[in-house]
Design a protein around this ligand. Structure first.
Ligand code: ADP
Ligand code: MG
Ligand code: MG
Length: 924
């Protein structure tokens, strides 16, 4: 099609109100409002296609200005005014608008069509000289800036000079003569800056303005904005231009201008919400030159207009079935609507309006669910920083566990306990955390580490507990010995108050105000609708009974992953675990395991009861065993200290002996006793401690692995040390029996990690079978349970058919499976090359956050197919972090997963996402 056949210009009567890509958001809505009979000043839209053609050819499309002429003539006919030549001149605004709103992309030019001639007619027609010159000077400045590229300062300087000369604080204080003088000066600015007189011909003005709007699409501001908010060409491509007849809110006390929401965007309350200014133009509201009044006040000041705005409000909502954010202007008691768009609201307001609009019959339940982006719910589930409090962050790390908290800095877990027992809120700061820090997590409001990624110990544990965590804040240098941290020149000492935001990764000095999480009744209602529409169930990852109770409150339908090693980490258990690890003989090891058994069983009983009658998937020990031991460095350090201590104690022994020779009976000349340091010395205690440390050190060295994550862990450990898995299996089965005896319906599922061949599963299954028979005999009751495997190794995917023979369920561990599929170690990838990969467009997303559907996802799909070929009723779920990510959840739905499992506080997000997945599938 050639240019002159193509339609580039659409009047408000004819434009397709649904076609935002073609007419932009503002333009399509102006058409739509016009066509449903709302009072929109007449106008027309130049399409985004014209913009793209202009940018490509660096020239306006053929025939475009002819169409513009035709449209102007239609406007003249509709308004009874004349563009550039009439007693009653037609003035227009030239406005930009892309498919997606891009605030500040382009300034709107108001009052276009004014020149030295039409100005006089405007003054005559309105009988208001001040109004005329005010409009004129605004137009010259806006046009000069936007269409001619003259910097604002060039106009501001003469303007301010005259204000100062007249002693005028505000613009309104300037007289008609002042404004006339200013207009003259502005015309000179244009002349001197461009070398040409100000364009008098309105059509020339219009053409220049259209070109400027088009060009602004490729301006730096617009490009930066699109990059920042990931706006791709399929979301918005080029800007449309709206040409709209001017209406004036500054024609006296019967005129006004304002902006309003059809409902309160902060709370969702079903009440008109907005602001207005009497006798003002739109830009005065935005520029904050005068303080606008709340719209309620209009009910008294301009009751009839207020009634009409209420009417407009319900017409807009009834038509759009969505909360609207609209602009209006009143010119001499006539109300005009100048713009509408869907209102941006916070999560609380989105949820409330969904539930209330459904009740009103404005939207269906499906729409109520679909209009909310699941990710938005995060706002309601975690405490967050008050958006009005704008402090500069002191440092930035990875947003490892969402939520915000403040507290006193503390640098080790023991101090954290002490301070928290004193009633202080504390934040634990470490270089990185280890299992032995766990008691510090319990008492801390939040965790901050200077090393490690989003799957570091700190991140995983904090997420499980629902505590905020910022990890890998590399700008922070932690000095545990000195109990302080350095960030550049700033020092954080123990006891100093800091705030961290695990949602953004920011760290602040001092207390930044936070807003509490609010799980409202409306949210509960909405999520109950979601559960009815979703096909997949949503489980939680929860390791200890407290986490399970919390997960339940978020609506978890079971536990999809219980990492049993977390149960080993409590302070009262770690020493027993240590005993088990360092024991030399099978008997010693068994003795330690016998102590652990009742503890684990107790935990399982509690978990199962809490979740009854829902399933609880228990993963047997997964990490390499040395993770429970201190690091070699730490041990060497301890040994140096202990040996020093031994030497000084030997010294004090000698000293004590000499002193007691001087003073028999240890009685000093003043009648007092020997100093305490000299009495207590029993070097054998220290010797014992040294010996213990040396044993652990030897163990640590013997357990050393080059690549522990690919080493002796998971089922490999279960097979080489079957007594550990046996203890765990027995705990689960005994716990099941105990609950069943009490008449409680429980569904434990034993899950084996790191499996790569069905022989491993067969080996463990035999173990399970043997223990089941024993437990059954001992209890006289058949324990109910399922047996399954994690799928987190590439080979497990390719051999899924064989594995399915051995199990009742699969659970995809997509954290490890992603690492294995990419051969990326997550921590190294995220700290080193992933950001660059994303920037360069080599990878669109971080595959550890967004499931890589074409690679990892493909493997999952194949594995499910092969597995269900063998066992059609094979239950399949996911327990990697992706289980809480809405896009990934959608994919899981599409490949037939039965459930997703995620950290407790993300359960509501996943419930909504699971419903979205089902609803969107139905609608395609
Ligand atoms: P933005 O996209 O920044 O909101 P707009 O094109 O909506 O820009 O215009 C900026 C201001 O000018 C708004 O207050 C708007 O209401 C006002 N405005 C735009 N066109 C007209 C018009 N034809 N008559 C009166 N005011 C207008
Ligand atoms: Mg606007
Ligand atoms: Mg794993």
């Amino acid at each position: 099609m050639s240019d002159n056949q193509k339609q580039y210009v659409y009047s408000f009567q004819e434009g397709d109100g649904k076609n935002k890509m073609l007419l932009g958001g503002k333009g399509s809505n102006l058409c739509e409002m016009f066509q449903i009979g709302l009072n929109v000043p007449p106008g027309y839209v130049i399409s985004t296609e014209a913009c793209l053609s202009y940018l490509e050819k660096e020239a306006l499309p053929d025939g475009l200005m002819d169409s513009v002429h035709t449209q102007m003539q239609a406007l003249e006919a509709a308004t009874g005014k004349g563009f550039g030549s009439s007693d009653n001149p037609l003035l227009v605004s030239v406005r930009s608008g892309a498919a997606m709103s891009m605030p500040g992309m382009m300034d709107t030019i108001l009052n276009l069509g004014l020149n030295s001639d039409t100005l006089q007619h405007v003054i005559e027609y309105t009988g208001d000289e001040r109004f005329g010159y005010d409009a004129y000077r605004r137009f010259i400045q806006l046009f000069g800036k936007v269409a001619l590229g003259i910097p604002d300062e060039m106009f501001d300087e003469p303007f301010e000079a005259i204000k100062a000369r007249e002693g005028a604080k505000e613009d309104i204080a300037l007289s008609a003569d002042n404004l006339k003088e200013i207009s003259g000066l502005f015309l000179e600015v244009v002349h001197s800056q461009t070398g040409l007189p100000f364009p008098e011909d309105p059509y020339k003005q219009l053409e220049l303005a259209i070109r400027a709007v088009f060009a602004s699409w490729n301006g730096k501001r617009a490009i930066d904005y699109r990059r920042q908010f990931n706006i791709t060409p399929d979301m918005a491509n080029g800007t449309a231009v709206c040409i709209c007849t001017m209406v004036f809110g500054n024609r006296g006390d019967d005129s006004a201008t304002g902006v309003a929401f059809t409902r309160n965007p902060g709370t969702g309350e079903n009440l008109l919400y907005g602001e207005y200014l009497v006798n003002a133009q739109g830009e005065d509201v935005v520029a904050g030159i005068r303080t606008p009044k709340p719209i309620d006040q209009m009910a008294e000041e301009m009751p009839e207009m207020h009634r009409q705005i209420e009417e407009l409000r319900s017409k807009l909502e009834n038509h759009y079935s969505e909360v609207q954010d609209f602009e209006f202007t009143i010119e001499r008691d006539i109300l005009y609507c100048l713009q509408t768009r869907n209102g941006k609201m916070n999560a609380t307001a989105m949820v409330r309006t969904s539930v209330e609009m459904e009740a009103q019959g404005l939207i269906t339940r499906e729409q109520a669910l679909l209009r909310i982006n699941p990710e938005l719910l995060e706002q309601m589930l975690f405490p967050r920083l008050d958006p009005d409090a704008s402090d500069e962050p002191l440092a930035k790390g990875l947003p490892a566990s969402p939520g915000a908290a403040h507290g006193r800095a503390v640098f080790d877990a023991d101090r954290a306990e002490v301070m928290s027992h004193r009633g202080e809120r504390v934040i634990l700061i470490r270089e990185e955390t280890k299992p032995e820090d766990i008691h510090g997590f319990f008492v801390s409001e939040a965790i901050l580490t200077s090393r490690g990624g989003k799957t570091s110990h700190a991140a995983v544990v904090a997420r499980g507990m629902g505590k905020p965590c910022v990890a890998g804040a590399e700008g922070i240098e932690v000095d545990v010995q000195a109990r302080r941290a350095h960030i550049g020149a700033v020092v954080i000492r123990e006891g100093d108050i800091i705030t961290i935001d695990g949602t953004s990764g920011n760290v602040y000095l001092g207390e930044v105000p936070t807003l509490e999480a609010e799980f409202t009744e409306e949210l509960k209602t909405l999520l109950s609708w979601a559960d009815k529409r979703a096909r997949m169930k949503v489980m939680a990852n929860a390791d200890i009974p407290e986490d399970a109770v919390r997960a339940l409150s978020y609506g978890a339908m079971g536990i999809g992953l219980c990492r049993t090693e977390r149960m080993f980490n409590a302070t009262d258990r770690l020493p027993i675990v240590l005993e088990m690890i360092i024991s030399d003989t099978t008997e010693q090891r068994q003795a330690a395991l016998d102590k652990l058994l009742p503890i684990q069983r107790g935990d399982f009983v509690e978990l199962l009861k809490t979740m009854s009658p829902n399933p609880v998937t228990i993963r047997l020990l997964d990490p390499p065993i040395h993770e429970f031991l201190p690091s070699e460095l730490q041990l060497l350090d301890d040994l140096v200290h202990l040996k020093h201590l031994r030497n000084s104690m030997r010294g004090s022994e000698v000293l004590a002996a000499s002193i007691s020779q001087l003073y028999p009976g240890g009685i000093m000349p003043d009648g007092g006793e020997l100093p305490v340091v000299l009495q207590m010395a029993d070097p054998s205690l220290v010797d014992e401690a040294i010996e213990k440390k040396e044993i652990i050190l030897r163990k640590v060295r013997s357990l050393f692995e080059v690549n522990p994550m690919l080493g002796h862990r998971g089922v490999r450990l279960g097979i080489t040390s079957p007594e550990i898995y046996s203890m765990q299996i027995r705990s689960v089965l005994e716990a099941a029996c105990e609950c069943q005896k009490q008449g409680i319906e429980v569904h434990p599922e034993i899950m084996i990690p790191q499996v790569c061949t069905h022989h491993e599963l067969a080996f463990i299954r035999k173990l399970v079978e043997k223990i089941r028979i024993e437990v059954e005999e001992e209890n006289g009751i058949k324990p109910i349970f399922k047996f399954g495997t994690m799928i987190e190794v590439v080979r497990a995917c390719t051999k899924a058919g064989m594995l399915a023979n051995e199990v009742e369920f699969f659970s995809f561990g997509t954290n490890d499976l992603t690492q294995a599929t990419f051969s990326f170690s997550r921590e190294d990838a995220e700290n080193k090359f992933l950001p660059m990969y994303q920037e360069a467009g080599i990878l669109n997303d971080n595959p550890f956050e967004v499931l890589d559907v074409t690679g990892v996802g493909k493997m999952m799909e194949l594995a499910i197919g092969w597995g269900r070929e063998v066992k059609p009723d094979l239950k399949v779920g996911i327990c990697g972090e992706h289980g809480g990510h809405p896009e990934s959840i959608k994919f899981c739905h599409s490949i037939g997963l039965d459930y997703v499992s995620c950290s407790g506080p993300r359960v509501p997000i996943a419930r909504l996402a699971a419903a979205h997945a089902a609803l969107l599938e139905e609608s395609t």
